[in-house]
Design a protein around this ligand. Structure first.
Ligand SMILES: CCCCCCCCCCCCCCCCCC(=O)SCCNC(=O)CCNC(=O)[C@H](O)C(C)(C)COP(=O)(O)OP(=O)(O)OC[C@H]1O[C@@H](n2cnc3c(N)ncnc32)[C@H](O)[C@@H]1OP(=O)(O)O
Ligand SMILES: Cc1cc2nc3c(=O)[nH]c(=O)nc-3n(C[C@H](O)[C@H](O)[C@H](O)COP(=O)(O)OP(=O)(O)OC[C@H]3O[C@@H](n4cnc5c(N)ncnc54)[C@H](O)[C@@H]3O)c2cc1C
Length: 668
């Protein structure tokens, strides 16, 4: 049977080479080929079917996710996949499970905080999955406040042991993924006590269960350990494939050499030693690594929602304003639909490019850390924290908007959007609450401003070197066209960020107690941080455009996206630009007018731009976002695929409907 492409006319409108854009989106021809291979491997393997997921109850759902993870592991071994290929395989399976934490946090924690000897011993076991680990930092009473963790690790010099203990209910480890049912091991964060003295929070390598001996029938925890799952989470399928766990210790003894010893050590004699030149912040290093990974991945999540909403918008017709009867307008042709959808499409590309840059920054920092050069750690911390916060918040809001952009059908699970929202929304909380992370960025920015004159601002804060110019020179835009120039846009974002940072720094200086000032001004400080992070995203997009980008029309299409992203932000935050005095109301309105022109330039490319994400229908798992656009028959069929439609007589019908119809309610 011939396949009909219902979006063919839209595809024919494209003004650029879609195949070349696919390479830009993927990062390189090799990355494109790799992702394509892994996506199709998953899409064509029946083990990775996922449409029934939202219908499963938790226990079935969890078993199903274990089965998928086991198949994935088998494929990795059978096909001899590299770690990079295995990572993409897991990504396209599209189901949060214990390997995410094992590969994403447990192994990086040992790599970053273990001594050479510890790494030699534990990394091969972990990489071969002879042990499975998780990252147990958060406690019931302490998530953002890591310094407040209560679990203790007390050194017993006589037996050369540490005694791990949960002294209170609130010290229960709470939330770690993979902990509840699967992990055999955990990196546990605890307060170190040596000779009665506290030494802050340290990472511990502590096995607490025998479960890695798979032939044992008894999957019981070690004596002194209570472990379980925290319970059902938001969204039926979604994150419930993960066993987020709870864990309590009752004076559990572990050998001294299971403390991760790169940052500090305890000797056999009970002497505590901070390792020379290694800053304490390194114990937070795993979080820097995962925040970077989240930013690298988040654009794909947003691109998925945008792809669904764009395709459906380019198919569905509604009435025009002149005729309420004849449905003639495609939804995508409404200006109001474009003004909600196109900034999200532009954001997906913007986040992709900033993610690439952050990956580069992190790789550089990692190499420096290995060589004991810690000079760029603050910049890496601020950038990973801020961009994780900015991009995940925008993505989660974006998915919700995409749901609404599809009207009622967006709300159907078969649209793929509700589950995507439910699985993504915890990203605003895990790996650092987004507001708390923005406050970290604000600290970094304010500190940089305060140090002007005796310390040179570097990297993402180097604009602060030109503070004088940015504070005193106002915007030069006179026409709408003036707004579509990369350097002009970057300067506008620099001026806004610098002016907001200086104002806040001046207000802070009025407080005698800086911490009290920081607390009272925290809402403003978050806005300072947002301005700084938006500047990073915009400037990395503009830098990308300065590169050689092959392919007919590709660069031009990206330019439109870049300006849409930037001018949408100027419009959304025009209060900041006006209050700081950088823009006049006239310039702000020129930006908005130019934005509308850019939407009309983007319009013919919209479908091609989402095709360039190269998402398979399996990955999208959306009836309304199908590649062929054949929505309505499939939407109809999907309704009948729901087991609820197996019978016309649902359970309870005879019991509760008949009495009403027959007016025999009194018998109930
Ligand atoms: C939308 C869809 C997205 C989908 C994407 C999918 C991607 C898949 C990815 C893989 C799967 C991952 C699954 C998720 C797993 C979640 C795991 C967790 O949540 S694990 C649990 C995650 N938990 C959290 O994230 C907890 C959040 N809380 C925290 O991180 C900290 O407690 C704090 C930073 C807020 C405060 O720290 P505290 O020490 O009390 O206070 P101070 O403020 O006084 O800072 C002191 C100094 O330290 C400095 N510094 C700070 N941090 C760092 C750093 N990382 N480094 C370096 N430096 C750092 C700081 O700058 C300052 O320097 P200076 O000024 O003195 O020079
Ligand atoms: C799905 C999921 C997976 C997770 N996986 C793991 C894991 O694998 N390992 C692990 O260790 N943890 C994990 N966590 C825990 C996660 O890291 C914490 O939930 C997160 O750090 C936030 O801490 P909290 O929940 O205690 O929130 P809280 O810190 O209690 O925050 C609650 C509210 O208070 C505000 N707030 C808190 N502190 C401040 C402040 N200083 N200034 C201003 N406002 C503040 C926040 O903005 C937020 O609005 C996971 C959580 C989730 C939801």
């Amino acid at each position: 049977m011939e396949l009909v492409d219902h979006l063919r006319d839209e595809r024919n409108k494209a003004q650029f080479d879609v195949e070349a854009m696919k390479v830009v989106w993927a990062g390189s021809p090799q990355e494109l080929q790799l992702c394509d291979r892994m996506a199709n491997l998953v899409a064509n393997h029946p083990a990775f079917e996922k449409l029934k997921r939202p219908m499963l109850v938790r226990k079935e759902l969890f078993k199903n996710s274990l089965r998928k993870a086991a198949y994935a592991r088998k494929l990795v071994i059978d096909l001899g996949l590299s770690e990079e290929e295995a990572k993409w395989l897991r990504f396209y399976i599209d189901e949060p499970t214990y390997p995410d934490l094992h590969w994403g946090m447990f192994i990086p924690a040992i790599e970053g905080q273990g001594s050479e000897e510890q790494k030699e011993k534990w990394l091969p076991l972990s990489r071969n999955m002879q042990i499975i680990g998780c990252y147990a930092q958060t406690e019931m009473g302490h998530g953002s406040n890591v310094q407040g963790l209560e679990t203790t690790a007390t050194f017993d010099a006589q037996q050369d042991h540490f005694i791990i203990h949960s002294p209170t209910l609130t010290s229960t480890k709470w939330w770690p993924g993979g902990l509840g049912k699967v992990s055999t091991h955990a990196v546990v964060y605890a307060r170190l006590i040596v000779n009665g003295e506290f030494h802050g929070v340290h990472g511990w390598y502590n096995y607490y269960s025998f479960s890695f001996f798979l032939y044992l029938e008894d999957h019981s925890p070690l004596p002194g350990i209570t472990v379980g799952d925290v319970g059902l989470k938001f969204g039926n399928g979604a994150y419930n494939t993960m066993d987020n766990g709870l864990l309590r210790f009752h004076h559990v003894r572990i050998p001294r050499n299971q403390m991760l010893m790169r940052v500090s050590q305890v000797s056999r004699e009970g002497k505590y030693m901070q390792c020379d030149d290694v800053p304490r912040q390194l114990i937070y290093g795993t979080m820097v690594s995962v925040r970077q990974t989240i930013v690298a991945m988040v654009s794909r999540t947003l691109s998925r929602a945008v792809c669904i909403a764009t395709r459906y918008s380019a198919l569905r017709r509604q009435h025009s304003s002149s005729s309420l009867v004849v449905p003639c307008f495609l939804m995508i042709d409404y200006q109001s639909q474009q003004s909600r959808l196109f900034p999200l499409l532009a954001s997906a590309y913007a986040f992709k490019f900033v993610g690439e840059w952050l990956k580069w920054l992190y790789t550089d920092v990692k190499q420096r850390l290995e060589a004991n050069d810690f000079s760029t750690l603050p910049e890496a911390h601020a950038s990973t924290a801020g961009l994780k916060s900015l991009t995940t918040s925008a993505t989660v809001d974006g998915i919700e908007e995409c749901m609404k952009l599809c009207g009622g059908d967006g709300y159907l699970v078969s649209s793929g959007l509700p589950e995507l929202f439910a699985v993504s929304v915890p990203a605003c909380t895990y790996e650092g609450d987004n507001t708390v992370l923005m406050l970290q960025v604000a600290r970094f920015v304010v500190k940089t401003v305060s140090e002007v004159g005796y310390k040179e601002p570097l990297g993402t804060s180097s604009y602060i070197r030109r503070l004088n110019t940015l504070l005193h020179n106002n915007c030069l835009v006179q026409t709408g066209e003036d707004w579509v120039k990369g350097d002009r846009i970057v300067e506008a974002f620099e001026a806004r960020a610098a002016r907001m940072a200086v104002t806040c720094t001046q207000h802070l200086a009025k407080f005698q107690d800086p911490e009290q000032g920081f607390s009272e001004l925290s809402a403003d400080l978050v806005e300072v941080a947002v301005a700084h992070c938006q500047l990073i995203v915009v400037s990395k997009f503009v830098e990308k455009l300065a590169q050689d980008i092959p392919g007919k029309g590709v660069k031009e299409a990206l330019e439109v996206l870049c300006y849409v992203y930037a001018l949408f932000l100027v419009h959304k935050h025009q209060g900041d630009f006006l209050v700081t005095g950088y823009l006049t109301p006239k310039q702000a309105s020129l930006a908005n007018r130019q934005l509308r022109i850019l939407y009309s330039r983007l319009r013919p490319n919209a479908i091609a731009l989402v095709d360039a994400f190269n998402h398979t229908d399996h990955y999208l798992s959306s009836v309304v976002g199908r590649y062929d656009g054949n929505v309505y028959p499939n939407l109809y069929q999907a309704a009948f695929n729901d087991p609820f439609n197996d019978s016309h007589v649902p359970d309870g019908y005879h019991q509760y409907i008949h009495p009403i119809l027959n007016q025999t309610l009194a018998k109930l």
